[in-house]
Design a protein around this ligand. Structure first.
Ligand code: ATP
Ligand code: MG
Length: 584
C-alpha cells in the first residue's frame, strides 16, 4: 500500500476543529451507547429545510444562486435561496392540500430535475419524510421499496409513470397520490404538479419538528445483499453541515458540484442538504457521466469544490488525462471522493491531472454523513480514507475468545471498523428490521461491517468488507490491496477481486479485470499482469487466476459488486440484484 504523503496547500480549517468538538459536546450523549439513541435535548423547532433554505432569508445569501441546474441539452436554470424558499413553501402547501400530514412518506422517482430538489426540501418543510429512489430502477425494486417504506405519495414523470408505476400502484393501500412533474396522465389520484404549485399558498412556515423526528428514509446500495431501509432524523442536519465544512472544505463562496444522484445517500446529505446549509452555489447536472462534458462543466461554471466517486474517477482515468488538457480547471481547489476505496493510483492521477489530490472519505448510509476523511488541512496519504472527524470516535476492533469486543491498539492490524454511537446523523433504525439494527451494536460500539487498519498517525486504511475477506492458505487477504495493485498496471482500468473456493488453499484469489482502451485481452497481457502482481504482492497474495471482462458489475451508486462476481463464478443464485447497473 502506498505510504507516500502528498503535501497540500495550507487551509484554515484546522484552527476551527476545536469549535466543532465543542459543538458536539453540547449534545447530551449520555444515553447514546445503546441501539436506540434517545435523550438528545428536546430542541423543538429544528427542521432540515429551515437550516438549508429559510435561515438564509434575512441575510445576503437570500438572493444568491443556490442551485444552478443544467439540463441534458445544456439549458441553464438558476434558483436563488429566496426562489427555493417560495417553491418549497408551495410544495409543502401542495402536500397539505392533498391531505398529507407530518410524518407522511413522500417518495421520488425522477432524474435530476429541479422539481426533485424542491420536493425533497418541501417535503421536509412540511414535516414529512423524504425517500428518493434511482429513476433507473425497474418496476419491482420500486414497488418493493415503496411497500417496505409505506409510501403515501410518489413524485415522478409521465414516462416513468407509464413504464414503471401505472400497472400496480393502486394495489398499495397507503399510496394516496402521484404527482407528475411534467404534466398529467389520465388516472385517478394522479396530479399535475405544476398546476398545483401555481395554485398553492407561497407562504408556509417550516413545520417545527423535534430533533428525533424522522426526516429521511434511504435505501442502502445493496452491495452486500438486499438493500436495507435506513432511518434518519432532523437532528442529522447539524452533522451534514459541519462535516461538509470540515471534510469537504466547503465555504459560502464556493461553487460546488456533487456528482452523486439523490437516489443514493451522498446525493442527499451532500448533494442537497449540506451545501445549502452552508450557503454555497451548487451545480446539478441532469445528464449522465461523460468525460468531456464533465471537464467542460467544471471549466464553464468555475467549480471550486468537487465531490465525486471512485468509479467516475476511474472512468476519467480510462478516458485519458489528455482529454482535460484543453480545459482551464484552475478554479478547482478541493476535490474529494466517496463510496468505495479510492485506489492510491487514482489519488496520484488526480494530483498529476488537477494539481490537487483527491481527498478520500469514508461513510455509510447508516452513518448519514462523513465519518473519516482526508482533511484539507492535513496531508493526504494516497490509499487511506483519512482520519475521524472531530467528535467522531473510530477504532479497530476484534472479538476475543470469549466473544467480547477488544480494541486493537497496534498499528496496521486489520479488524472491524467501529464507531462510538451518538453523532447526530447516526441512523435510528433499519425500517422493520429491529433485530438487524440491534445486531450492529456490541459492547458500546457501532460495528460497520468494514475491515480496516489504523496507522501510527491515526489514518485509517480500508481492507475490505467483512463479507469479502479472502482466506487463502492461512493468509487473510483484503480485496482492496490486490485491486489497487492491479490498477497500477498501465493496462488496467478497473479490477474486482474475490476468493474462489479451493480444496487445498481454502480459497484462491481470483481477479476480474477491465482494460483501458487500446489494450487487448490476450495471453501476453495476462502474463504481464500476473508477473506484475506477483512481484508487487508476493505469490501468496497475488491472484492465481485473472480473467478479462469488458465491464464489472456495479451498483447504481457505482460500487463493484464482488458478491455477484462470486455468485456467478460459483454458479450460485445471484441474490438481490435490484440495484445492479447493467454490466454488459
Ligand atoms: P449494502 O449495505 O446494501 O450492502 P453498501 O454498504 O454499499 O450496500 P452504502 O451505505 O451506500 O451501501 O455504502 C457504504 C459502504 O461503502 C461502506 O460500508 C464501505 O464498504 C464503502 N465505502 C464508502 N466509502 C468508502 C471509502 N472511502 N473507502 C472504502 N470503502 C468505502
Ligand atoms: Mg452497507
Amino acid at each position: 500500500m502506498a505510504n507516500s504523503i502528498i503535501k497540500k496547500p495550507h487551509s484554515d480549517v484546522k484552527a476551527n476543529l476545536d469549535d466543532y468538538r465543542r459543538c458536539y459536546r453540547e449534545f447530551d450523549s449520555s444515553n447514546l451507547n445503546g441501539p436506540s439513541p434517545k435523550g438528545l435535548p428536546a430542541k423543538n423547532g429544528l427542521n432540515i429545510c429551515y437550516e438549508a433554505i429559510d435561515c438564509h432569508l434575512n441575510t445576503e445569501t437570500a438572493d444568491k444562486i443556490a442551485i444552478r441546474w443544467i439540463s441534458k441539452d445544456d439549458q441553464v436554470r438558476d434558483f436563488t435561496y429566496r426562489d427555493l424558499s417560495e417553491l418549497t413553501s408551495r410544495f409543502a402547501s401542495v402536500l397539505n392540500t392533498l391531505g398529507l400530514q407530518p410524518g407522511a412518506r413522500i417518495f421520488s422517482l425522477a432524474g435530476r430535475k429541479p422539481e426533485l430538489y424542491i420536493a425533497a426540501l418541501g417535503t421536509l418543510k412540511a414535516g414529512c419524510v423524504f425517500t428518493p429512489l434511482f429513476s433507473a430502477f425497474g418496476p419491482e425494486p420500486i414497488r418493493s421499496r415503496m411497500e417496505i417504506g409505506t409510501a403515501n405519495m410518489l413524485l415522478t414523470t409521465k414516462s416513468l409513470y407509464r413504464k414503471k408505476i401505472k400497472d400496480w400502484w393502486h394495489k398499495l393501500p397507503e399510496l394516496k397520490a402521484i404527482l407528475i412533474i411534467d404534466g398529467n396522465v389520465e388516472d385517478n389520484g394522479c396530479h399535475d404538479l405544476s398546476a398545483l404549485m401555481d395554485e398553492a399558498d407561497p407562504n408556509f412556515s417550516c413545520v417545527q419538528t423535534k430533533p428525533e423526528d424522522m426526516a429521511l428514509l434511504h435505501f442502502t446500495s445493496g452491495t452486500t445483499g438486499k438493500p436495507k431501509g435506513v432511518v434518519h432524523v432532523h437532528q442529522a442536519v447539524s452533522h451534514h453541515m459541519l462535516s461538509a465544512y470540515y471534510a469537504l472544505d466547503l465555504k459560502p463562496d464556493d461553487v460546488y458540484w456533487c456528482t452523486a444522484d439523490p437516489g443514493w445517500v451522498t446525493g442527499t446529505s451532500y448533494g442537497i442538504i449540506a451545501p445549502l446549509c452552508l450557503g454555497v452555489t451548487m451545480l446539478i447536472d441532469e445528464a449522465e457521466f461523460e468525460a468531456e462534458r464533465w471537464y467542460s462543466l467544471l471549466q464553464q461554471h468555475k467549480v471550486t469544490v468537487w465531490y465525486t466517486a471512485p468509479t467516475a474517477i476511474r472512468m476519467l482515468m480510462k478516458a485519458g488525462s489528455e482529454l482535460c488538457h484543453p480545459y482551464d480547471l484552475s478554479s478547482l481547489r478541493f476535490i474529494s471522493s466517496v463510496g468505495e476505496p479510492l485506489n492510491p493510483e487514482a489519488v496520484v492521477w488526480g494530483y498529476k491531472t488537477f494539481d490537487i489530490p483527491f481527498h478520500d472519505n469514508w461513510w455509510q448510509t447508516e452513518t448519514g454523513g462523513i465519518m473519516i476523511a482526508n482533511f484539507a488541512s492535513e496531508n493526504v496519504k494516497p490509499g487511506s480514507m483519512g482520519q475521524p472527524l472531530p467528535g467522531i470516535e473510530a477504532v479497530i476492533v476484534e472479538y476475543d475468545q470469549d466473544g467480547n469486543i477488544n480494541i486493537i491498539s497496534s498499528p496496521m492490524q486489520a479488524g472491524e471498523l467501529a464507531l462510538k454511537p451518538g453523532w447526530p446523523s447516526m441512523f435510528r433504525g433499519y425500517l422493520n428490521q429491529e433485530e438487524k439494527y440491534r445486531s450492529c451494536f456490541e459492547g458500546g460500539w457501532y460495528l460497520s461491517g468494514d475491515l480496516a487498519m489504523q496507522d501510527e498517525d491515526g489514518y485509517f486504511w480500508f481492507v475490505g468488507r467483512k463479507d469479502d475477506l479472502i482466506k487463502s492458505s492461512g493468509h487473510l487477504i483484503g480485496p482492496f490491496e490486490v485491486e489497487s495493485t492491479l490498477m497500477e498496471h498501465e493496462a488496467v482500468a478497473e479490477a474486482g477481486v474475490i476468493g474462489k473456493p479451493d480444496p487445498v488453499a481454502g480459497e484462491i484469489v481470483k481477479a476480474f479485470v477491465a482494460l483501458k482502451p487500446g489494450f487487448e485481452p490476450d495471453e501476453a497481457l495476462l502474463k504481464s499482469l500476473t508477473g506484475f502482481a506477483r512481484k508487487r504482492l508476493g505469490a501468496a497474495v497475488a491472484p492465481k487466476e485473472i480473467v478479462f471482462r469488458s465491464n464489472l458489475p456495479k451498483t447504481r451508486s457505482g460500487k463493484i459488486m464482488r458478491r455477484l462476481l462470486k455468485a456467478r463464478e460459483l454458479g450460485l443464485p445471484e441474490g438481490d440484484i435490484s440495484t445492479l447497473e447493467s454490466d454488459e
